[in-house]
Design a protein around this ligand. Structure first.
Ligand code: AMP
Ligand code: ZN
Length: 489
């Protein structure tokens, strides 16, 4: 990333990482030990693409973005895989409603949600596979599970053209309950009355669904059909990260049955356990204590909210708590967050934009910078405690505000600004209004060169029109004795 003056801001970590994280599989906070000392493989379940993203999705993906950024800051090379679920009942329904195809619906919402994630400053995953790119692999896994008697084929469902395939949970009863701590007898007792009579156990789950007329389908050993939901993540994580990787994540609703099913499928197929060493689940964004969701119709779309609130404000709001605790959304709490963020950002901007250098190096501030760095790092290493990490930035801002910007020696001021850049910007993704990407920077520089040439040629109308163009881009130019300077407004 580049800051507003086009300097590269690099992430670097002078401390050795001792990261502790909560593992849903053991229900304990554990020390993070990657499989490979320098690399981390991470899989996060992606969006089902039949609608725009809402703030609940943003909460989950921003949390994983920061987890990934923290791992990268800590020196790991992270392979981050996040899929798209591009075939499922809801996508088929939407395609029927619009008299369209599932491909068209999925590609529209992949494009739109990717745009939303980019606007939220969520870094693009290393790989973003689509479920339908992995049909062959899914069929291979299901065939293997049938062969190993972990899965069975049943007659077609009412109205379907071909057979379904189910996972037989009794065939792996000792492996059941990794994430929920429940055994299969508990599941049986809790099962609802209307159980599909084709299933051997009420909790057996579908691996492959026989096609119904006019549904998208693929040829398989069981006739034409499509994959169940869970199997796609087994195929895509195996394809990109192999049979054993470090971190698997998703929202807390995915713990069961999605992730529990994934464990059974993958591990019975590969004969390797565990598939992932650490399972991370994010808490819900709720409204009136109810999960924000498309189906409950209580959602706010990211693109609507972003008309009023910028990415850093939303990130600040969503990160100012533990990623595991629920956040109950309200307009008033978002407004409060905005006010708090603006205070922090104001301090950052004032010190960063100051052009006069003083001579002072107040010991109180030198110490506060050091303390903030320590506190930020230990907060993040304590199960990615972004709330405490943000508090450490406020503490530094509070002390910095005791000193006039222009009084500080330039190296101290630069250390202060760097601290905000590294932690606030690089790790948490804040302060981005003041960060400019490469292509924008190139066009700014180009316009300034042209304007300088116009001024030398005394072509005032040309130079004014370039100034206006820059101002529309949010850039203010100042003509100083040292030449043309610019800043973001
Ligand atoms: P979906 O597209 O509904 O499958 O959801 C994609 C991801 O967003 C999953 O990891 C969900 O757990 C997560 N998610 C959905 N709704 C919420 C919410 N209200 N709060 C937090 N995460 C959510
Ligand atoms: Zn998944």
């Amino acid at each position: 990333a580049l800051n507003y003056q086009g300097e590269t801001v690099l992430i670097s970590c002078p401390w050795k990482l001792v990261l502790r994280l909560y593992n849903t599989a053991t229900r304990k906070v554990e020390e993070f030990k990657p499989i490979n000392p320098d690399k981390v493989g991470m899989y996060v379940c992606g969006l089902t693409v039949y609608n725009d993203m809402h703030l609940g999705h943003a909460r989950t993906y921003i949390s994983f973005d920061v987890i990934r950024r923290w791992l990268e800051y800590s020196g790991y090379e992270v392979t981050f895989v996040q899929n798209h679920t591009d075939i499922d009942d809801k996508i088929i329904q939407k395609a029927n409603e619009e008299d369209s195809t599932t491909e068209e619906i999925a590609s529209r919402y992949i494009e739109r949600t990717t745009e939303d994630l980019e606007k939220l400053q969520v870094r693009p995953p290393t790989f973003m596979p689509k479920a339908t790119d992995f049909i062959k692999e899914m069929i291979e896994i299901v065939s293997d599970l049938v062969e190993k008697k972990h899965a069975y084929v049943v007659e077609p469902a009412a109205g379907a053209l071909s057979s379904d395939v189910y996972f037989d949970i009794s065939s792996a009863s000792d492996m059941f309950g990794t994430l929920t701590g429940q055994n299969i007898e508990d599941m049986e007792a809790g099962a609802r009355v209307a159980v599909d009579s084709r299933k051997r156990h009420p909790s057996d789950f579908v691996l492959w669904k026989g096609a119904k007329p006019n549904e998208p389908s693929w040829e398989s050993p069981w006739g034409s059909g499509r994959p169940g939901w869970h199997i796609e993540c087994s195929a895509m994580s195996l394809g990109h990260l192999g049979k054993h990787f470090d971190i698997h994540g998703g929202g807390v609703d995915l713990k069961f049955p999605h992730h529990e099913s994934e464990i059974l499928q993958t591990e019975c197929h590969t004969n390797h356990s565990p598939v992932a060493n650490y399972w991370i689940h994010t808490g819900f964004l709720t409204i009136d204590k109810e999960k924000m969701s498309k189906s409950l119709d209580n959602f706010f779309l990211v693109r609507d909210v972003m008309k009023e609130y910028s990415a850093p404000i939303l990130r600040f709001y969503l990160l100012n708590g533990s990623y595991r605790s629920p956040i109950d959304f309200s307009n008033s709490s978002l407004k409060e967050s905005m006010a708090a963020y603006k205070r922090l950002e104001g301090t950052y901007r004032r010190f960063r934009d100051e052009e006069t250098n003083g001579v002072q190096k107040p010991p109180e501030l030198v110490e506060a910078i050091e303390q903030c760095r320590k506190d930020f790092v230990s907060a993040m290493n304590d199960d990615f405690n972004t709330r405490e990490a943000i508090a450490s930035l406020f503490q530094l801002a509070r002390i910095a505000n005791n000193h006039p910007e222009s009084s500080l020696a330039s190296d101290l001021r630069s250390e202060l600004v760097k601290t905000f850049d590294y932690y606030g910007n690089q790790v948490l993704g804040l302060f981005t209004e003041h960060i400019i990407d490469d292509s924008l920077l190139a066009s700014i520089k180009d316009l300034i060169t042209k304007r300088d040439a116009a001024r030398i040629a005394k072509d005032w109308s040309q130079s004014d029109s370039i100034r206006d163009e820059l101002s529309e881009m949010g850039i203010e130019v100042q003509d100083t004795p040292e030449g043309t300077k610019w800043r973001r407004i």
